[in-house]
Design a protein around this ligand. Structure first.
Ligand code: MGD
Ligand code: MGD
Ligand code: SF4
Ligand code: MO
Length: 671
């Protein structure tokens, strides 16, 4: 064979990460030889994180699934044999048809999340396929549902300032966010702001790398964000240091907000949050006086029982102070609506529409749902056996002999162990796709650098094959990747923020910034899409918290992101995955009180379940709070469970979000 000269393509990191990096991918001898951050990308700035620096290990992993695999042992063991695509599709087609004939389409449930954030990979022909079957619809709530719903309630959209304006801010609150681990491309922007004189305050129960790096750490008790935010609002209102003109001209519902804030006088706020009254008052002074003020709410605010109330109370601080008026200031939670792309039409107009299943309650759906029960589960872009809450019920459901499970995956994961069929998935660098970001404002085309190995196929190709296996005839189910991109970009082409962003343009220049001026202040220079065009300061219609049978247990368990991995992805990549046994970080004082030695095994338990971990002393955790980073693979450390044994399927107060960070546990030393 003649030597092929090296070639470089433009790729996009597919992981569920704020930074959505542009990648330069070098191919030599038909193999990806190098992956680097795009030096011309204003956010990526030529570097990638720890894990994607080692991405070739994942791309070329010896365990990659290359062919269809059929289960031969009991569910949960992962004993599989190789089969052909034809055998797999024949069997899947027949089984799904039989389940549909017996119970109706709603007995089929898709389960997917953001393992690959590409639009074609995550919401294209999959939606059409399941709509054509009349399958149960999945509410994809595990990550951002509450905050997104709250942003839409208040502002009509999930939109924040352009992160490239971050260096203009002079006071930044990083509220429940740990960008030193989860958004490393925010760090140079924050450092630049600081060089120009900004003060950066981290509001987090844990002494994270972010809290240690910047100027001030406000270590509130877990889940007391509502108290702190409303307490600050109360001080600002009481002393008249609010932007009355902004409130009068651009908002509705201030009275409701004020009434809620009045319930939080300083002494009560201090008691609830565990913070000194002087520290709270000093923070209120800073909010009243320093501009531009940027409040950046991370997902620490999000994954708690009162997450919508907390998001509302925090965002309201940016509204009542008039922080939205300054370029470089405002409220940044998400930027997804900076990309006004209408979703691809899923078709399938069943009336009434099929039932909805909240993904946070997968365990309950698989074990308790009737009329009809879930007879088939089709998983892609996700590893729910490890990452979903209420794990005991999730695993019991996956183990049901009468559940037919198909998993489309790149790696043998915890979830593939339960599959009747595992189908081989391509990786993003092997297929065409387009990516937006939930943080920055670039829409990017990911070009295939190499073909998929073995018999692996992209997600859209999987659903074309499944549609054929089911004998479905609507041509929309078979649209090509190129047609899907044209349709996606074409149907929103009239929007001024997307002017000129076509597939052809992206082919020539794969990273395009949406056409919103960097200086446009969200909700001041852009419309507020609420019914009356004003920002709502009244809270969204909050549901009372579901009763928590564990609320009196002694420890608050937090399971935030780990710097080196991304959720359960990379669980088998040696140079990336954790090598220490699954660990529980504890304050030394708590270990002493319970007589626990460093390294000693402890059982962490509550009414949800139990898992055994190695205790480690940590300066990150305050007394009363314990930490285990999310998310380890099951069987990784000798136990067939992980930390999601302790988390529950209870929903947040609005938007049906997950409540991973509202988890109380007891700890019993073992050995
Ligand atoms: N390296 C790496 N990067 C990632 C991920 C990863 O797993 N690893 N995951 C990706 C995904 S899926 C997401 S959603 C994002 C999440 O990224 P972030 O927005 O940074 O969110 P988390 O890591 O969930 O939590 C952030 C912080 O919230 C704190 N926190 C917990 N409870 C509370 C509370 O009650 N109040 C306050 N104020 N803070 C609290 C935690 O201690 C944690 O330090 O990161 C993405 N990026
Ligand atoms: N305890 C606890 N649990 C948590 C969290 C927490 O903070 N604490 N965070 C939650 C959050 S924020 C999130 S977002 C979820 C994430 O949970 P998941 O959605 O399960 O995400 P990952 O663990 O990254 O797994 C993604 C899987 O998709 C596969 N994949 C990647 N690309 C493709 C593709 O193109 N096609 C197919 N078919 N498969 C692909 C990968 O191999 C990987 O196994 O976890 C949640 N779980
Ligand atoms: S995981 Fe995040 S920081 Fe790392 S390369 Fe991907 S987008 Fe960039
Ligand atoms: Mo997430």
């Amino acid at each position: 064979m003649a030597a092929v000269p090296p070639a470089t393509t433009f790729g996009v990191c597919p992981h569920d990460c704020y930074d959505t990096c542009g990648l330069r991918v070098t191919v030599e001898e038909r193999r990806v030889a190098r992956i680097a951050g795009d030096p011309d990308h204003a956010i990526t700035q030529g570097f990638v994180c720890f894990k994607v620096n080692r991405y070739l290990d994942r791309l070329h992993h010896p365990d990659r699934i290359l062919h269809p695999l059929k289960r031969v042992g009991p569910k949960g063991r992962g004993q599989m044999v190789r089969a052909t695509w034809e055998e797999a599709l024949d069997d899947i087609g027949q089984r799904l048809a039989a389940i549909r004939a017996r119970w109706g389409g709603e007995a089929i449930l898709p389960y997917s999340f953001a393992g690959n954030m590409g639009i074609l990979a995550s919401e294209s022909l999959d939606r059409r396929f399941f709509a054509a079957l009349g399958a149960s619809r999945l509410d994809r709530t595990i990550c951002t549902a509450s905050a997104g719903a709250t942003a839409r309630w208040m502002f009509g959209q999930s939109l924040g300032p352009d992160p490239e304006t971050l260096p203009l801010a002079r006071l930044v609150l990083l509220w429940g966010a740990n960008p030193a681990a989860t958004s490393v491309h925010a760090i140079p922007l924050l450092d630049e702001a600081r060089r120009r004189g900004a003060r950066i305050v981290t509001i987090d129960p844990l002494a994270t790398a972010t809290a240690r790096r910047f100027d001030q750490h406000v270590a509130l008790r877990p889940n007391t964000d509502v108290a702190l935010a409303l307490g600050l609002g109360h001080l600002l209102i009481q002393s008249g240091r609010i932007d009355r003109a902004f409130i009068a001209q651009r908002t509705v519902g201030f009275d409701r907000y004020r009434a809620a804030a009045e319930a939080w006088p300083l002494a009560r706020t201090a008691t609830a949050t565990g913070l000194a009254p002087d520290a709270i008052a000093a923070l209120a002074d800073a909010l009243a006086t320093v501009r531009p003020l940027l409040i950046r709410a991370g997902y620490g605010v999000q994954r708690q029982a009162a997450s919508a109330e907390a998001t509302w109370a925090i965002a309201a601080l940016a509204v009542i102070t008039g922080a939205l008026m300054d370029v470089g200031g405002g409220f940044l939670q998400g930027n997804g609506d900076a990309f006004p792309l209408a979703p691809l039409d899923p078709g399938g107009n069943a009336d009434p529409p099929p039932r909805r299943v909240n993904m946070v309650q997968l365990g309950e759906a698989l074990t308790a749902l009737a009329d009809p029960p879930i007879g088939a589960l089709i998983v892609y872009n996700s590893n729910p056996a490890a990452t979903a809450p209420d794990q005991a019920r999730v695993l019991a459901g996956l183990a049901r002999d009468d559940l037919f499970t198909v998993v489309h995956e790149q790696m043998p994961t915890d979830t593939t162990r339960y599959a009747d069929w595992v189908l081989p998935a391509a990786m993003s660098l092997e297929v065409l796709d387009v990516h937006t970001s939930y943080w920055h404002r670039y829409i990017q085309l990911s070009q295939p650098a190499v073909p998929p190995p073995g018999e692996a196929v992209s997600n859209p190709e999987l659903f074309r094959r499944l549609a054929r296996a089911m004998g479905l005839t609507d041509p929309g189910l078979y649209a090509s990747d190129e047609n899907l991109l044209d349709e996606l970009l074409g149907q929103s082409a009239g929007h001024p923020w997307l002017t000129g962003i076509t597939r052809e343009r992206l082919m020539a220049a794969p990273s395009q910034k949406v056409r919103i001026s960097r200086a446009a202040r969200p909700f001041v220079d852009t419309p507020v899409h609420t019914p009356d065009g004003r920002i709502r300061l009244a809270p969204p219609p909050l549901a009372p918290a579901a009763p928590d049978p564990d609320r009196l247990r002694p420890f608050h368990l937090l399971t935030p992101s780990r710097r080196e991995t991304i959720k359960s992805s990379f669980g088998n990549v040696e140079r990336v995955r954790p090598h220490e046994p699954p660990t529980l970080l504890m304050a030394p004082a708590d270990m002493a009180a319970l007589g626990i030695r460093p390294g000693q095994r402890v059982r962490v338990h509550n009414t949800q379940g139990a898992t055994d971990l190695a205790a480690a002393e940590s300066a990150v955790t305050p007394p009363g709070t314990v930490v285990s980073y999310a998310v380890r693979w099951l069987h990784d450390g000798g136990s067939a469970t992980n930390i999601n044994q302790l988390t529950s399927g209870r929903l947040s107060d609005y938007g049906g979000g997950a409540t991973f960070y509202t988890t109380r546990v007891s700890i019993t030393p073992l050995d």
